[in-house]
Design a protein around this ligand. Structure first.
Ligand SMILES: *Cc1c(COP(=O)(O)O)cnc(C)c1O
Length: 289
C-alpha cells in the first residue's frame, strides 16, 4: 500500500486571503484525512495481531471506507453494523458504501429498535483476536497517528500560529490542540451543536484553552445538502483543492466570516464521498448536470 507521507502542504488564495492546506486528502484514495491518522496505529501493527475488526455507524461514513481499506491490506475480516439501509443506497454504484463493499466489508443491518443495545453489547462478545473501532474512529489508539500529524505540522515550520479542521466527534481537533499548545486550533461542530461537541470532547479530556470552537451563523443538519455548501465547495475547487461536502463547507464559511489571520487548514479527507453527495445535490436541483 503506497501512502504519500509526510503529507505535503499547498497554498490557496480565497477572498484575497492566503490559506495553507495540509494535504492529508492525498495520503491514499481510500485511507485519507483524519481517518488515516486515527487508524495509523492499527496500520502499523502486524497482520497477525487480529483476525477481525468490528465497527458501526453510518453507511456514508469515511471511517467505514478507511477501515475497509485497512482490513483489505491487513487481511482482516471487517464486519460493519448499521441501522437498516434504503434500497437506493444499496444499489448505488459509487460512494463510500459501494467502495467499502468492494474492499470486502461485511455489512450487517440491525433493526432501529435494537440498534443501541446491540452496539452496547458488542464489547461483551469480544476476544483478543477481535478489535472494535468506535463510530468515527474515536478510539484511544487514534492518539498515535495524531501525534505523527502534530509532529509533521511542527516540523514544517511554516511560521503560522493557527490551524483549522472541522469536527464530528472532535477527536482530531481536541488532540491537535493538546499536542500543539503553541497554535490556536479552530474547529466548528458539523454534527450537532457546540454543547454536543464539548460533551463529546470531555469524554476524552478537558478542553484546552487554545481550542476555539467557531459557531456557525446558521444551523446546519449533518449530511443535508445546502446551497451555500455547494457554493463554497465549488469556490475551493476552482482555487485548486477538492474538499468534502459534509464537513469542510461549514468550517470554511466560519473561517472566512470569523477569522482574519493566516491559517493552516488540515484537510480532513472525505473526498471519496463527494460523488454520491453531488448526486443528491442534483436530485435537489441545487446542481445541474
Ligand atoms: C470524520 C471526519 C471529520 C470529523 O473528525 P472528528 O475527529 O470525529 O471530529 C471531519 N472531516 C471529515 C472529512 C471526516 O471524515
Amino acid at each position: 500500500m503506497h501512502l504519500a507521507l509526510p503529507s505535503q502542504t499547498s497554498t490557496i488564495e480565497i477572498d484575497g486571503r492566503t490559506f495553507y492546506v495540509k494535504r492529508d486528502d492525498l495520503v491514499h484514495p481510500a485511507l485519507a484525512g483524519n481517518k488515516f491518522r486515527k487508524l495509523y496505529k492499527l496500520l502499523t501493527m502486524p497482520s497477525n495481531s487480529f483476525d477481525e475488526i468490528i465497527s458501526y455507524g453510518g453507511t456514508q461514513s469515511n471511517a467505514m471506507l478507511a477501515i475497509a481499506a485497512m482490513c483489505r491490506e491487513k487481511n482482516w475480516k471487517f464486519i460493519y453494523y448499521t441501522k437498516p439501509l434504503s434500497q437506493t443506497l444499496k444499489n448505488e454504484n459509487c460512494g463510500n458504501y459501494f467502495e467499502a463493499k468492494k474492499l470486502g466489508m461485511i455489512h450487517i443491518e440491525i433493526e432501529n429498535e435494537h440498534y443501541r443495545d446491540f452496539i452496547a453489547a458488542l464489547r461483551f462478545n469480544l476476544d483478543e483476536r477481535k478489535f472494535i473501532i468506535d463510530q468515527g474512529g474515536a478510539v484511544p489508539e487514534a492518539i498515535l497517528g495524531l501525534e505523527v500529524l502534530a509532529k509533521e505540522i511542527r516540523e514544517s515550520s511554516l511560521g503560522l500560529k493557527a490551524l483549522a479542521t472541522p469536527s464530528a466527534t472532535g477527536t482530531t481537533a481536541l488532540f491537535l490542540a493538546k499536542m500543539l499548545p503553541e497554535y490556536k486550533i479552530y474547529t466548528t461542530p458539523c454534527v450537532g451543536d457546540i454543547i454536543y461537541l464539548k460533551e463529546q470532547m470531555s469524554a476524552f479530556s478537558d478542553v484546552p484553552k487554545n481550542l476555539i470552537i467557531l459557531e456557525p451563523k446558521k444551523k446546519y443538519h449533518f449530511a443535508k445538502p445546502y446551497k451555500e455548501f455547494l457554493a463554497i465547495y465549488k469556490k475551493l475547487l476552482s482555487c485548486g483543492i477538492e474538499f468534502d461536502l459534509l464537513y469542510a463547507p461549514s468550517m470554511w464559511i466560519s473561517l472566512l466570516e470569523q477569522t482574519d489571520e493566516e491559517i493552516l487548514y488540515v484537510h480532513s479527507g472525505g473526498v471519496s464521498g463527494n460523488e454520491s453527495m453531488l448526486k443528491r445535490y442534483i436530485e435537489k436541483k441545487f446542481l445541474e448536470l
